[in-house]
Design a binder for this molecule. Structure first.
Ligand code: CA
Length: 399
């Protein structure tokens, strides 16, 4: 049986970010969502480069896993070639539809779901600190939803020479609805609400509902969704939707949308990346902002110095952060000599090797703090880069 997909893709900057670091491809039979991370616009570069490289390779007939490794190599090389982009990376969740089979590759915490007969099934596994802890039974699903470090990835594309990808196939059926999305949707919107919205027959309407729900629930992050409703090829409904771009005048703005249709196994249909057909550039944005920014050169230097990563991971396991490669997305405020400093990494050491490095120094001394301020510093709580810098400001570290 050959299935055709009516699809709709929508990406929104959200309500708290200054730039959209998500990228997507909706070019049947290939669909991709990437969510970038890294400072100085690197997240945007990583997600766009990954999506573009993957699309080019799949278009040349290269199998999806090999194409994803090529995307990994492209991001990894770009990060090495530019110190301001050191450590950048991206999630990647992609599917190629072939007949009635969905071929998937996946890394990171973007997600793939299938809605079948009203039941929502997450077919991808999150590669994140909290997901690992849930799998080990050390955290409940509910605790994971609100965990302060839920955005820390345990695997990403472009941060290692070879990516540790999940590859899997799903047998698809007439009437299934597939969803690829970034964590800007799944963070604020519970699965049962996603299921209700995916049940709406029109993929364009379903995508709109999902994104507006994420925004209504605070829109904390960039949110990207691709909704694919699968119908047997030849079903008049499968051919009904024309290829339409909604709001094309906003193609370079924060909101990008693509809707369309195409046989699941027809590579001719091209819908574009970030809402611009044939153009992989992300929407223009302001300087980067937010917790996705962060992997620093210093942090990478620390990771290279580790030498024995297994030993470090064993210690991290003891500390309750099992199996996690910290990707430089965590920061804390502490004391360097007598003065305050913002650090990148974890406030621990493996033997003589610290798992952190000074990110910003300050001339403000610890001794000059009030008792309450010292208490906050002593806690050395992990924060996103933005939160750590905000705390540093509150502590008067930049006179
Ligand atoms: Ca995100």
């Amino acid at each position: 049986m050959t299935l055709a997909a009516r699809h709709s893709a929508l990406s929104d900057i959200g309500l708290h970010r200054k730039t959209n670091e998500d990228a997507f491809v909706a070019a049947p039979p290939l669909y991709v969502v990437c969510d970038g991370m890294g400072g100085a616009q690197a997240g945007e570069v990583a997600s766009t480069l990954a999506a573009q490289t993957l699309r080019e390779h799949v278009a040349r007939g290269i199998p999806l896993p090999a194409a994803a490794q090529a995307a990994n190599a492209a991001v990894f090389a770009a990060a090495r070639g530019d110190s301001t982009r050191a450590g950048m990376g991206t999630t990647l969740t992609a599917v190629v539809l072939e007949g009635s089979i969905g071929h998937f590759v996946h890394i990171g915490d973007s997600r793939a779901y299938v809605l079948r007969a009203g039941e929502l099934l997450q077919v991808s596994s999150d590669h994140s600190l909290v997901a690992d802890m849930v799998r080990e039974g050390r955290l409940s699903e509910e605790e994971a939803m609100v965990h302060p470090h839920r955005s820390i990835l345990s695997r990403a594309l472009g941060t290692e020479a070879v990516a540790e990808l999940d590859e899997f196939m799903v047998d698809l059926q007439d009437g299934d609805v597939l969803l690829l999305c970034s964590d800007g949707l799944t963070g604020p919107v519970p699965a049962e609400v996603i299921a209700q919205m995916l049940a709406v027959p029109d993929p364009g309407q379903a995508a709109e509902l999902l994104v507006s729900e994420a925004l209504q629930r605070g829109g904390p992050d960039n949110v990207t969704v691709i909704v694919m409703r699968l119908l047997e090829a030849g079903d008049p409904a499968a051919d009904r939707a024309p290829v339409t771009r909604v709001m094309p005048e906003e193609s370079t703005g924060p909101i990008t949308r693509v809707t369309g249709t195409g046989p699941a196994d027809d590579g001719a249909e091209e819908a574009g990346v970030d809402g611009v057909p044939g153009d992989d550039r992300p929407p223009a944005g302001d300087p980067p902002f937010g917790e996705a920014a962060g992997a620093t050169a210093e942090m990478l230097a620390v990771r290279r110095r580790l030498g024995c990563l297994a030993g470090a991971l064993a210690l991290l396991a003891v500390l309750g952060v099992a199996g996690v490669v910290i990707l430089g997305t965590v920061f804390f405020v502490s004391v360097d000599e007598d003065n305050l400093a913002v650090y990148s990494g974890l406030p621990v050491s493996v033997g003589p090797v610290p798992l952190h490095a000074v990110y910003r120094t300050s001339s403000r001394s610890y001794a000059s703090l009030s008792e309450q301020q010292r208490k906050i510093v002593d806690e050395r709580d992990l924060r996103s880069r933005e939160e750590a810098m905000e705390l540093a400001g509150e502590l008067g570290m930049w006179p």
